[in-house]
Write a protein that binds this ligand. Structure first.
Ligand code: 1CP
Length: 339
């Protein structure tokens, strides 16, 4: 068992810097496209054998140090009772958005083992196969709430901010319900065998620090506090979160994910005795080999005083990234960091 990733999360010495990539299983891999050509995305998410197959694809192809469960943050929202569709090229659609307390009352806090047991089944199957640690995940409540309020992806988040500022009670009630569901869900993932848990807060960066502190952070803290009993690394990734870093450090996570917009050396000073995960620009994978390796070398050097560094991209790998370039990055991290 390669436990380099888990050691780095705990701030222990490692022989080299471990690497995994957000969204490492997915559309940039022809092997994923092949599986996906026979099923819709939601069908794929609900078939454990196929989820196992696509989770393993990048591990074997690229030689990564951790696997992330193949699923989606919105699977839990569907289990809460929000009808979900994925349209190719358009992303997720929730036809019934949350506009008032009556809409929210229709959502339930599901028992994950009963409603989305396929996720836990995927975890159990993966643990039999994997020789690297398995990361489970969920969306952070704020990010999940934006999809339920907007009805899908958004650029301006008008409806979300309108609810925050004109009906804060409703907004907090929604956040509390998603939080309760997320705690049960991540608890079930941990019991099924997830060896680390990450909260993806993809849209936290649209918030002013004061609003992040009021409307989003308390719910992240509640989730991490409920999961402390498992003694597995907890990772918080707030995308576009450089201006929220002082607050994110108080989230209760053991590992702070960093996007590429922040200098990792500056971030490490703020993070103190916690591990950091990140943070090369996903588009830097397009650099010519020598330049990519040099850039990775500089990043490793800049992170050398971290209390644990897990190399990652600053956000998900882009769907048009050549897999060979991702492999160059993995090899470079391993070679240039080995002691
Ligand atoms: O067409 C396809 O095959 C679907 C593309 C796809 C994939 C491969 C989607 C649709 N989701 C996923 C898998 C996925 N999603 C994983 C597991 C794969 C891995 O990491 O290896 C994970 C962790 C997620 C998490 C996720 N889903 C996030 C948070 C991370 C991030 O990238 O910010 C978000 C915001 C989603 C929502 C989502 N799922 C899919 C789409 C197109 C979207 C919308 C994104 C947006 O609003 O911009």
């Amino acid at each position: 068992m390669n436990d380099t990733f888990l050691k780095a999360c705990r701030g222990e010495q490692t022989d080299y810097t471990p690497i995994w990539m957000m969204r490492q299983a997915g559309r940039y891999l022809p092997e994923y496209q092949k599986v996906r050509s026979n099923v819709t995305f939601l069908e794929l998410c609900k078939k454990p054998e196929l989820c196992v197959e696509v989770t393993l694809q990048p591990i074997d192809l690229l030689g990564l140090d951790a696997a992330i469960l193949f699923s989606d943050i919105l699977i839990l929202m569907e289990a809460m009772g929000a009808p979900l569709e994925f349209h190719d090229g358009k992303g997720p659609i929730f036809a019934e958005t949350i506009k008032c307390q009556a809409d929210l009352d229709k959502l339930i806090v599901p028992n994950p083992d009963e409603t989305i047991g396929f996720v836990m089944e995927t975890i159990r199957l993966l643990r039999n196969e994997l020789k690297v640690p398995l990361i489970g995940f969920a969306g952070a409540p704020f990010t999940c709430a934006t999809y339920l309020i907007e009805g899908g992806s958004s650029k301006v988040f008008w409806e979300t901010k309108k609810m925050m500022f004109t009906n804060p009670t409703l907004f907090h009630n929604l956040m509390a319900k998603i939080t309760d569901a997320t705690i049960l869900y991540l608890d079930a993932q941990a019991r099924a065998g997830a060896q680390a848990l990450q909260l993806f807060d993809s849209w936290a960066g649209i918030l002013a620090p004061v609003d992040f502190e009021t409307f989003a952070l308390p719910y992240v803290q509640k989730i991490f506090s409920a999961l402390q009993k498992y003694d597995i690394p907890l990772i918080y990734f707030a995308n576009n979160g450089a201006t929220l870093l002082d607050l994110s450090v108080t989230s209760g996570a053991d590992v702070i994910g960093l996007d590429w917009r922040i200098n990792i050396r500056d971030a490490i000073k703020k993070v103190g005795k916690k591990a950091v995960q990140g943070n090369i620009d996903p588009f830097a994978l397009l650099l010519p080999k020598d330049e990519l390796r040099a850039r990775i070398g500089r990043l490793l050097n800049a992170a050398k005083d971290a209390h644990g560094h897990i190399f990652n991209l600053g956000h998900g790998i882009h769907q048009f990234t050549p897999p060979d370039q991702a492999k160059i990055a993995v090899d470079a991290v391993h070679e240039l960091s080995s002691k």
